[in-house]
Design a protein around this ligand. Structure first.
Ligand code: CDP
Length: 268
């Protein structure tokens, strides 16, 4: 059952308005941020943003700001954790103390432990873990600013960081939440829609394999609404995948050009 959080606190998170919200839809049928029900928030991605990680990525998804870093495949310590037949994938999702309106304790809470687990489980099916027995692949996701759907945007960024680290993968993974607001299915819920809406359904998808690796549902959806939400969520993930692919192509064609340029200079 979806628990609605404090309206006053939600308003203070999303705007300076303190009066309670009457509806999550405007009179013209659009959402409070001007989007249609099927529209994504603006998304910006960057790859290779950290020098000290093997792979990294940064994503702005709406007002979410998230950094992901990947180390590995590398030797695992302590060794007794090693798996004899495959790499151990570890994931740490953390929210910065300043990422939300009410200061978050720096100690990892139950929510962060749970999200670390579901994000790891949504990424692992895409990784060729059997190539690296006894090794580890460590994924770190740091939420700098949260605005609803951080686990999904975290998955999208972590998949980019894994690709940037050169970890062999069967596919990328993309995350996007779908939900229900004012009785209507809506794509990519913002913080206020997540908190005051009727339901929230985070999805992660391996887009070319068409495999769903994460499906959670908080709230009440009828079978028809669930089907509609799933279909819309998959379409949304496919749109985000196009952006992921473009950003990787852009980054690595730049790297290739730089390498070719260096080789040319060495030859001269
Ligand atoms: O972020 P996601 O939707 O994956 O997870 P959630 O637990 O459904 O959280 C929804 C939103 O609540 C987050 O994205 C944050 O914007 C907000 N939140 C918050 O304001 N304070 C917290 N301690 C945790 C989350």
């Amino acid at each position: 059952m979806k628990k609605k959080r404090s309206v006053r606190r939600v308003n203070s998170v999303t705007s300076s308005r303190k009066e309670p919200l009457e509806s999550l839809l405007r009179k013209d049928g659009l959402r409070l941020d001007g989007r249609g029900l099927d529209d994504l928030r603006p998304i910006r991605m960057e790859v290779g943003v950290l020098d000290n990680a093997d792979g990294s990525a940064y994503i702005e998804h709406g007002r979410n700001k998230i950094v992901a870093a990947v180390y590995g495949p590398r030797e695992l310590h302590p060794k007794h954790l090693a798996l004899p037949d495959k790499a151990l994938v570890r994931c740490e999702y953390r929210m910065a103390t300043f990422s939300v309106e009410e200061r978050k304790s720096p100690a990892p809470g139950r929510r962060e432990v749970e999200l670390s687990k579901v994000i790891r489980e949504s990424l692992e099916p895409a990784i060729f873990v059997y190539k690296y027995p006894r090794a580890t692949i460590d994924i770190f996701i740091q939420i700098l600013q949260a605005d609803g759907g951080t686990r999904c945007a975290g998955v999208t960024a972590a998949a980019l960081a894994l690709a940037d680290a050169g970890v062999p993968m069967r596919d990328l993974v993309v995350g996007c939440a779908v939900g229900k607001i004012e009785g209507k299915v809506a794509v990519d819920l913002s913080d206020v829609e997540d908190k005051l809406g009727d339901g929230d359904m985070p999805i992660a998808l391996m887009p070319t394999k068409k495999v769903i690796t994460l499906l959670q549902c908080d709230g009440n959806l009828t079978p028809e609404e669930f089907k509609q939400a799933l279909e819309k969520g998959i379409v949304a993930c496919e749109k985000i995948y196009e952006m992921q692919r473009d950003v990787l192509i852009e980054r690595y064609s730049k790297v290739r050009d730089e390498v070719t340029e260096e080789q040319r200079e060495e030859e001269e």
